[in-house]
Design a binder for this molecule. Sequence first.
Ligand code: UDX
Ligand code: ADP
Length: 463
Amino acid sequence: MKITKICCIGAGYVGGPTMAVIAQKCPDIQVTVVDLNEQRIADWNDPNPDNIPIYEPGLSEIVAEARGRNLFFSTDVDKAIDEAEMIFISVNTPTKTYGKGRGMAADLKYIELCARQIARVAKQNKIVVEKSTLPVRTAEAIKSILDNTGNGVQFQILSNPEFLAEGTAVADLLNPDRILIGGDVTVEGQEAINALVDVYANWVDKDKILTTNVWSSELSKLTANAFLAQRISSINAMSELCEKTGADVNEVARAIGMDSRIGPKFLKASVGFGGSCFQKDILNLVYIAKSYGLNEVADYWEQVIIMNDHQKRRFSNKIVQTLYNTVADKKIAFLGWAFKKDTNDTRESAAIYIADDLINEQAKISVYDPKVSRVKMQADLNYLETRSEEGNNDSLDTFNNAYEACKGAHAVAVLTEWDEFRTYDWQKIYDSMHKPAFIFDGRNILDSKHLESIGFVYNGIGS
Ligand code: UDX
Ligand code: ADP
């Protein structure tokens, strides 16, 4: 079966970049990305590719090349479903905020709505690909909806989890470590798998394309994220011990990373991991384990989240303690709000929680982030529902320039590892601050020796 038309439901951080790269690499396939959110689609269609709604290095160039040729963004979901032989589901699957599994299980209402819409519209056989990260056995639920509410056409469900990391999405998509495709063992299932393999084989070596059963594929995605997050919580746990014992966590990370069994990546101690995936996926894993009565398995993984929350809280406590146990009415400048560099995504960013803690202590937060708007920062704080929107508004100042954000501050906190922070004129920042001028480097990216020679009181993580 040769695919000529693809539809992707959900034009977010996963669907947008993934489809842009598929369109670039497969000029013979027409790729239509649809979303209910009209503004988002309008932004993807902005004549200036630099204004697309997602910032990822290299993405606007790919969109500029493929858009209008074989890459389309539309709100006409029914039409795109009807025309496509293969439909990717890339809608959001946030943690449930209500009912059974609240705060843990993935909320699958958007997925179910998609399945029902596909069932209603489809008049020919379709391959439906799960791209969003989903709990194990979601494919079964999708299949049941499709088979029982559809127009009698055949559906094949594939699991094809996305492993891209934000900030490096384009590079990860162009040169993936592996592509994972799970499908049914039946003849039709294998045909569907092969159809998707052929799409990726346009630019990915076949030996990097793994095929498995659906459940292995779904669980592999949760497992990969759980292992990655666990490494960060492990090194962060060590960072606290380093601070007590006089060891330096960067040196420890380097020493253990040279063991080829451990490897050097994902060992950067930080203020805590954020992003839309790690916490959500681990909570999901914990929920699944509990639902099978596997309490030890659940507790084991939950500790990764507990450690991460502790690391964030520890950072805000340290700021308060170091500033003579009070930050009331003091200006604390935040450099960075995104959950990592090179993205405008702020979901679960540590900065939000640190700001919330410090506002509780009546601090004034002044933020500079090169890619995040004030509107988003306010929305992030309001989402926590800790205080009134006016309260958040009054406690938050935002700037388009780091020097302005730091002027008159008692302390600077680095929350995101944007490269530009390393190259600032730190003497100029020091001169404009209250003394003693404190720096809390939540990413260990600044040159502590240089800053101390200027006169800063420098606090890193894990040293
Ligand atoms: C992650 C997975 O890496 C990706 O494979 C999956 O598809 C989605 O989830 P993402 O959340 O986009 O990707 O970014 P990632 O680079 O994994 O970083 C997640 C968080 O961990 C960030 O807040 C980052 O700053 C933090 N981190 C990462 C550390 O604190 N230390 C590290 O050593 C690495
Ligand atoms: P992710 O990081 O998983 O890509 P996002 O929240 O960035 O998540 O994107 C998911 C997108 O899916 C949103 O733009 C949302 O509007 C869209 N969406 C959710 N449900 C539907 C649906 N039933 N039909 C079309 N689009 C949907």
